[in-house]
Design a protein around this ligand. Structure first.
Ligand SMILES: Nc1nc2c(ncn2[C@@H]2O[C@H](COP(=O)(O)OP(=O)(O)O)[C@@H](O)[C@H]2O)c(=O)[nH]1
Ligand SMILES: [Mg+2]
Length: 324
C-alpha cells in the first residue's frame, strides 16, 4: 500500500534529516506526526515516528538525570520484541529455546525480575527478544512500561494448561492499555495520539501438555484480535511457524545493496519498515547520503536493474544500487 505522502510531510521529513540537535529533531518529528496522512499504509510510519519521539524523550531524560536509575534495553538486530504474559506462562522458556540467552526458568512465579534480552535468528536477520517479569491484574514492575514502549512488537504468552489463562491474558492487555500501550493485532489507521499501539502476536505455549482442541479454543477466542500461533519448547515445527508469524507482524522488509560493477549478492540486508523508499534506505546507510544521491537501480519483482525514482517504494528482498 503506497503511503502517498504529501509535500508538507516531506518538508517536515527533510527538516528531520537536516536536524542536528535533539530539540530540532523533536520539533521535526512532531510536525511529521501532525502532517502525516492518516490512512492504511502509514500506520507503520506513524508508529515509527512515535517511537523515535519516545526514544528522544528518554535520551533527553537520561542526559538530564544521569543518576536516576532507569531500566533500559539497548536495541540490537532488526527489531526488538518484548515477551509479555502472566507468571509461569513460559516466557523465559521461549527465550531460552530460541536464543543463546540463559534466563532463570522455574515453576514458581516471579523468577524473572529484570529484562533479559536474547538474539533470535530468522533467515538472514536477527531479532532481539526481551524476556520480562510477569504482568498481572495486581502487579506490574514500575519500569516495565518504559521498556515495552521502546519495543517494535510484543509476544503475549498464554499457557493453555493453566485454568483462567484467558483472564490472565486479558489482565495483561488491560494493564498495557492503561499505560497507553494497547496490544493490537494490527496497527490502527488513526490511533489515539496518546497511544503507542504495540503489534502483538499471541503464543499459546506448552502445547505438548494439552489437547490440540484446547489450542483451537484459544485461537477462536483471541484470533479476531491477534495472530495466534502454538509453541512448545519440545516442538520443532512450531519454532519456524512462530518466527514466520513474528516476521509478518513486524511489517519489515529486507533490502540488499550493491556497488556499481559489483556482483549481485543478497547478503547482509538492511532492514526497513514496509513502505520505505530509496531515500529512506540512503538515510539508513548514512545521513549525508540522501543529499548526494543521483539515481538508483533496483533488481527484484519485475525490475531487473531499471532506474527508479528516489521515492520508489522498496519491497522485501529488493537489491538496490545507489549512484552518487
Ligand atoms: N512441558 C512444557 N513445559 C514448559 C514449556 N514452557 C515452559 N514450561 C515450564 O513452565 C514453567 C514456567 O516456565 P517459565 O519459562 O519460567 O515461565 P515464565 O514465568 O513465563 O518465564 C517451567 O517449569 C517450565 O519448565 C513447554 O513448552 N512445555
Ligand atoms: Mg520468567
Amino acid at each position: 500500500m503506497p503511503a502517498n505522502l504529501t509535500p508538507v510531510y516531506r518538508e517536515a521529513e527533510a527538516a528531520y534529516r537536516a536536524a542536528t540537535t535533539a530539540e530540532e529533531k523533536r520539533a521535526a518529528l512532531e510536525r511529521m506526526l501532525a502532517t502525516i496522512p492518516k490512512h492504511k499504509g502509514t500506520e507503520k510510519l506513524q508508529a515509527e515516528i512515535k517511537r523515535k519521539l519516545a526514544r528522544l524523550r528518554q535520551e533527553t531524560e537520561r542526559r538530564a538525570n544521569p543518576k536516576r536509575r532507569t531500566v533500559h534495553v539497548e536495541p540490537e538486530g532488526a527489531a526488538q520484541v518484548v515477551l509479555l504474559g502472566p507468571p509461569n506462562a513460559g516466557k523465559s522458556s521461549l527465550l531460552a529455546a530460541l536464543t543463546h540467552a540463559e534466563p532463570g526458568i522455574a515453576d514458581y512465579p516471579f523468577t524473572t525480575t529484570r529484562p533479559q534480552p536474547g538474539m533470535m535468528r530468522f533467515e538472514d536477520v536477527r531479532i532481539q527478544l526481551v524476556d520480562l517479569p510477569p504482568v498481572t491484574a495486581d502487579h506490574m514492575d514500575p519500569w516495565l512500561p518504559n521498556v515495552v514502549q521502546m519495543a517494535d512488537a510484543a509476544v503475549l504468552v498464554v499457557d493453555p494448561s493453566q485454568p483462567g489463562t484467558l483472564d490472565a491474558a486479558e489482565a495483561v492487555s488491560e494493564r498495557m492499555e492503561s499505560v497507553h500501550l494497547p496490544l493490537v493485532g494490527a496497527l490502527p489507521e488513526d490511533p489515539d495520539p496518546r497511544d503507542m499501539p504495540l503489534p502483538t502476536l499471541v503464543v499459546v505455549a506448552k502445547t505438548d501438555l494439552v489437547d490440540p482442541g484446547d489450542v483451537e479454543v484459544i485461537r477462536e477466542l483471541l484470533g479476531d484480535r491477534f495472530p495466534v500461533v502454538p509453541f512448545s519448547v519440545k516442538g520443532g515445527r512450531e519454532v519456524q511457524g512462530f518466527k514466520v508469524a513474528l516476521w509478518h507482524l513486524l511489517g519489515l522488509i529486507r533490502v540488499y545493496t550493491k556497488k556499481p560493477g559489483q556482483k549481485a549478492e543478497r547478503r547482509d540486508p538492511f532492514v526497513l519498515p514496509e513502505g520505505s523508499t530509496v531515500l529512506d534506505l540512503a538515510e539508513r546507510i548514512h545521513q549525508d547520503l540522501p543529499a548526494k544521491l543521483v539515481s538508483a537501480r533496483v533488481w527484484g519483482g519485475r525490475l531487473d536493474g531499471q532506474q527508479v525514482s528516489k521515492e520508489f517504494e522498496l519491497r522485501d528482498r529488493d537489491l538496490v544500487q545507489l549512484n552518487t
